[in-house]
Ligand binder design. Structure first.
Ligand SMILES: [Zn+2]
Length: 448
């Protein structure tokens, strides 16, 4: 009996590909082939990707993309964090560069589009310029950031974080991976000069703007019937830990009116929290994802429940107001139920706005292609999030089939990827040929 050989990713992508999208130097077959070639590195039994940050598989995927960049006429460098940069010289090398990129690491059994699509499309833009005989005015850089997913140290965005000076070496040294290995030993094994990791910090005035294409990892675009969207902002998040204390007791010996059941009160809180985000903004979300019931016995009335609340929104005001209301609501329920409540804020990350001048360029590019410039927020963090705090930033989202991500079933059609290539290339072409500084662009935007 022979097992069916799984069809190659490239063959599946090309199956329903609309070849009229092969124009302006874009080549669907090349994109499909590149996605497939990277997908073979760290391929899992389930047909997924396993390329943790600082692994041999991540390095191989970076090497491969760097080969493509060299062939496309870019010079390639690596910084102290293992980030790779391909640079295409501009006609005026004194101007700050336009940067575009993403990552090639993955979660342990991830998909073949998360991160990789952004890197491959950033390179495709150079292929398209080369076919059109275009030399950009500004230098252009493709960035491949190390360990975006954070599956190694449970701390993501390490490469882009190093570029913007997010962590000191001391902070990094405290990290341990799942096998208890220190940051130094992991980074050393990856062939990077260990104590120099923070030297990857870059003078951010050398970057004019940063654009990233990423799969949506949700179902908003699919529900809208759209292949491509413009990201309206990257959500900030507030993490709360709430503890409800009632009285534990025997499940048989305590009559119902005498109970202070912490789980019943916590359940009321969970239901109440679920109704609140819509009152603050259309994009706000709140999730109770972790619940610890104590003592967690089948015949014991729960004495204590600790639960997490993950609150996100693209706008700082509604985010803070929602977090406050969630706390106030739980306090109210605890009072009514006569249980004790304590809470703490475990983390808070402000939203990262996208740059309005860049968004105007993205929307113009989509309009030229006859695509509606649909805007949607990013609920997940991306390398763009850290860079956006230091340089003008914008993102495109590509439709994810069934909204599935971080899973071998992750898929985006080649037609959607091709539309993204065309919109990205037009956006980047405008940016690399615009000599105006970010300030001048803002003034221009507001004078229109
Ligand atoms: Zn990603």
């Amino acid at each position: 009996m022979s097992r069916a050989v799984p069809r190659s990713l490239a063959a599946r992508l090309l199956d329903d590909y609309d070849r009229s999208l092969d124009r302006a130097g874009f080549c669907g077959a090349r994109l499909a082939e590149r996605l497939e070639t990277i997908s073979r590195i760290g391929l899992t039994e389930n047909g997924g990707s396993n390329r943790p940050g600082f692994s041999e598989a991540e390095r191989q995927a970076k090497d491969l993309a760097c080969d493509w960049m060299r062939v496309a006429g870019m010079s390639v460098t690596q910084d102290a964090a293992g980030n790779r940069f391909g640079r295409l010289a501009g006609r005026d090398e004194n101007l700050p560069a336009v940067m575009c990129g993403s990552h090639v690491d993955s979660v342990p059994d991830g998909g073949h589009f998360d991160g990789v699509l952004g890197v491959v499309l950033a390179i495709e833009a150079v292929e398209m310029w080369s076919a059109a005989g275009v030399t950009p005015l500004r230098p252009y850089e493709v960035a491949i950031f190390s360990d975006e997913e954070g599956s190694r140290f449970n701390l993501g965005l390490l490469g882009s974080g190093a570029m913007v000076g997010r962590h000191t070496q001391d902070e990094l040294e405290r990290l341990r991976d799942q096998d208890g290995r220190t940051f130094s030993s992991v980074v050393d094994a990856a062939g990077l000069p260990v104590p120099n990791f923070p030297q990857a910090q870059r003078d951010m005035s050398s970057i004019d703007s940063y654009v990233e294409v990423h799969i949506e990892q949700g179902r908003v675009l699919e529900r809208e019937g759209l292949g491509l969207g413009v990201v309206s902002g990257i959500c900030g998040l507030v993490g709360l830990e709430i503890s409800v204390r009632g009285v534990a007791g025997h499940a048989g010996a305590t009559p119902m009116p005498h109970r202070q059941d912490a789980l019943v009160s916590a359940s009321r809180m969970v239901v109440a929290i679920n109704t609140l985000p819509g009152q603050f903004s259309a994009t706000a979300v709140a999730t109770v994802g972790q619940l610890n019931v104590l003592p967690n016995g089948a015949n014991v009335i729960p004495g204590e429940v600790r639960f997490s609340v993950d609150i996100r929104d693209v706008a700082a005001g509604p985010l803070a107001a929602l977090a406050e209301r969630i706390v106030a609501t739980t306090v109210q329920i605890a009072k009514a139920d006569q249980v004790e409540l304590s809470w703490s804020q475990v983390f808070s990350v402000p939203p990262t706005p996208v740059d309005p001048a860049l968004v105007a360029v993205q929307e113009a590019a989509m309009a030229e292609l006859g695509l509606p410039p649909f805007a949607l927020p990013s609920g997940a963090g991306h390398d763009a999030m850290l860079i956006g705090a230091h340089a003008p930033m914008a993102m495109f989202f590509v439709r994810s089939r069934d909204g599935v991500s971080h899973n071998p079933r992750e898929y985006s059609s080649l037609n959607d990827c091709a539309q993204a290539a065309h919109a990205l290339s037009r956006t980047l072409t405008s940016l690399v040929n615009d000599p105006a500084s970010p300030d001048e662009k803002q003034r221009r935007l507001h004078n229109v």
